[in-house]
Design a protein around this ligand. Structure first.
Ligand SMILES: NC(=O)c1ccc[n+]([C@@H]2O[C@H](COP(=O)([O-])OP(=O)(O)OC[C@H]3O[C@@H](n4cnc5c(N)ncnc54)[C@H](OP(=O)(O)O)[C@@H]3O)[C@@H](O)[C@H]2O)c1
Length: 233
């Protein structure tokens, strides 16, 4: 596991160890924007094990300041900093894959999962720049899977809808999501049960299924039950 904040990695390691005491879980606090840290991390990977890669890096809280921590904003209010921050997820993914490729090309077979988002294929009002950035990473995943499939590097694009990882906790975000559901004919009023978000474990289970499949699953869309399942809008 790789992220910048060591204490969070420790917490997740502990959670997994509680359920799977024999699991060998290691983490490295690495900033994937820091080329030296990435090079050192890749050099530290064991050479006697097959390396597979699940990429679900996001902006992380606080990377860019948006009013009320609400990333759903109208076009007039999109700042150049937000555009830059959204696009860095693509840049960082490309750079990290480039560093791993020499290892992947030597392996008999490699599986890679890139978590993009339903936002890649399901546009929403207020989501213009987020939809654009996720569309870019999703297309990158598809082009890369075509280019690298002949090297037995099998990439999967996973597109979750809204997942309960904390970004929908504030009232401001919840209020900007509800009209999106309404525009697709879904009633997410409090009286009707409020937001429908998938549990993070549902994304993990989908990734486990992809990694253990005999086939190359090219892409997978998932939304919480009761979240509008619109594809390709
Ligand atoms: N939550 C949703 O509803 C949802 C739905 C669809 C798709 N997604 C996508 O799924 C991915 C994960 O979502 P999330 O909600 O868990 O996002 P998140 O809270 O932004 O988490 C992103 C992860 O990336 C790490 N990270 C950020 N910058 C990093 C850097 N420079 N170097 C290393 N690690 C870095 C963060 O840890 P540190 O901050 O400690 O580095 C954190 O572990 C994102 O790409 C998101 O857009 C999320």
């Amino acid at each position: 596991m790789l992220a910048r904040t060591e204490k969070n990695l420790q917490i997740i390691q502990k959670w997994i160890k509680n359920d799977f005491p024999n699991a060998e879980i290691f983490y490295s606090p690495v900033d994937i924007k820091n080329e030296k840290q990435v090079i050192d991390f890749v050099a530290s990977l064991p050479s006697d094990k097959t390396i597979e890669w699940v990429q679900c890096v996001g902006l992380g809280g606080g990377t860019v300041t948006v009013k009320d921590d609400n990333p759903y904003i109208t076009i007039e209010n999109i700042s150049p900093e937000l555009v830059e921050a959204e696009v860095t997820v693509l840049k960082d993914t490309v750079a990290f894959l480039q560093k791993l490729l020499p290892i992947f090309k030597k392996q008999k077979e490699t599986r890679v999962v890139i978590v993009s988002s339903m936002s890649a294929v399901r546009s929403v009002p207020g989501g213009a720049i987020h939809n654009a950035a996720k569309g870019a990473i999703s297309r990158f995943a598809n082009a890369a899977m075509i280019e690298l499939g002949k090297n037995n590097i099998f990439i999967t694009d996973v597109r979750p809808g809204g997942v309960d990882t904390g970004m929908y906790d504030t009232k401001a975000v919840q209020e900007s999501i509800k009209p999106m559901a309404v525009s697709y004919g879904y009633d997410w009023s409090d009286e009707n049960g409020g937001l429908r978000l998938a549990p993070p474990s549902s994304v993990g289970k989908a990734i486990a299924a992809i990694l253990s499949s005999e086939a190359h699953i090219t892409s997978l869309n998932l939304v919480a039950r009761g979240q509008w399942p619109h594809e390709g809008s």
